[in-house]
Design a protein around this ligand. Structure first.
Ligand code: AMP
Length: 283
């Protein structure tokens, strides 16, 4: 496995792959890699000849009061984990490489798809993601890019970006990797105290309980959602959202219909840690 720190270095490698007629699958990450990330890298390896992983904590997707400074960074361990998971190139740019220091005259805007869910709670978050993924796609020029269902709004917005900006890449969504007790793996789980870690899986349990009722025929789940919000609150969570959203537009839905697909998603704080999780409801 090779580490590239500059755009010139990685472009050279990518050009060589293309000359050899090899396909490239790309996994963008912010590091602090766990089994969830590694499952994406392995899936990437099953899709293409070469796997490129980027590790970059993108400042543009953090709000002023968010955890950019504290975000876990463990580059040496991550590089080893990438190697073990079958990655061929790890791209580890710094801020100067990704954004330079010159004045910026252009920006991207995301409309409507970011009004609810995480976009609603984190202004500028998806603009930051679209900006960096757009840049990374132009640098890596992958045939496939793998993203986790854990961040399903991100997957849907990136799919739209690919469509509107004509990126020649197939987006692959990988399932959520969970701990044995159901908690979705996340780099931010490292912030949880022992007691918070014990309580954390209840977010997933709440989603599962709503899913169960919907599978039994509940088509207007608001009361059930409210019950779960109350239960999470009683367990010590500070709720952000827990709702059903349209799969395509990610706006909230009160009445479900047979034959449709929805996202049942929740976000809640335990102490200072923001947890997110979701399930796809395929009716
Ligand atoms: P991040 O480093 O948090 O930006 O995540 C990098 C990629 O890993 C994103 O596509 C995430 O959706 C994905 N990811 C994060 N956690 C998980 C998980 N538990 N299972 C599967 N994919 C995940």
């Amino acid at each position: 496995m090779k580490q590239c720190k500059t755009i010139e270095e990685i472009r050279k490698e990518v050009s060589q792959f293309k000359r050899e007629g090899k396909t490239i699958a790309f996994v963008p990450t912010m590091g602090a890699l766990h089994e969830g990330h590694l499952s994406l890298i392995k899936l990437a390896g099953s899709k293409a000849d070469e796997v490129v992983v980027s590790i970059y904590v993108n400042p543009e997707q953090f709000g002023p009061n968010e955890d950019f400074e504290d975000y876990p960074r463990q580059l040496e361990d991550d590089i080893q984990a990438c190697k073990d998971a079958g990655c061929t190139i790890v791209f580890t740019p710094d801020d100067e490489i990704m954004y330079g220091s010159g004045k910026k005259y252009l920006s991207v805007q995301v409309k409507e798809l970011n009004t609810h869910m995480d976009g609603g709670s984190r202004p500028g978050f998806f603009e930051g993601i679209v900006l960096v993924v757009n840049k990374l796609f132009n640098i890596v020029e992958p045939d496939f890019a793998v993203f986790g269902q854990k961040d399903i709004q991100q997957v849907q917005i990136i799919r739209q970006m690919v469509k509107e900006f004509n990126h020649n890449v197939e987006i692959v969504m990988a399932p959520i990797k969970r701990a044995e007790d159901g908690l979705a793996l996340s780099s931010r789980n490292a912030y949880l105290s022992q007691e918070e870690r014990r309580v954390a899986p209840y977010l997933y349990s709440a989603l599962k309980r709503v899913e169960e009722k919907v599978n039994q025929g509940l088509m207007e789940p608001e009361d059930m959602l409210e019950l779960q919000r109350e239960e999470l609150k009683a367990k010590g969570f500070k709720n952000d959202y827990l709702s059903v959203f349209s799969f395509d537009t990610m706006s909230p839905v009160n009445k479900l219909e047979k034959g449709e697909r929805y996202i049942l998603a929740g976000a809640a704080y335990l102490g200072k840690t923001r947890l997110i999780d979701n399930l796809i409801l395929d009716l």
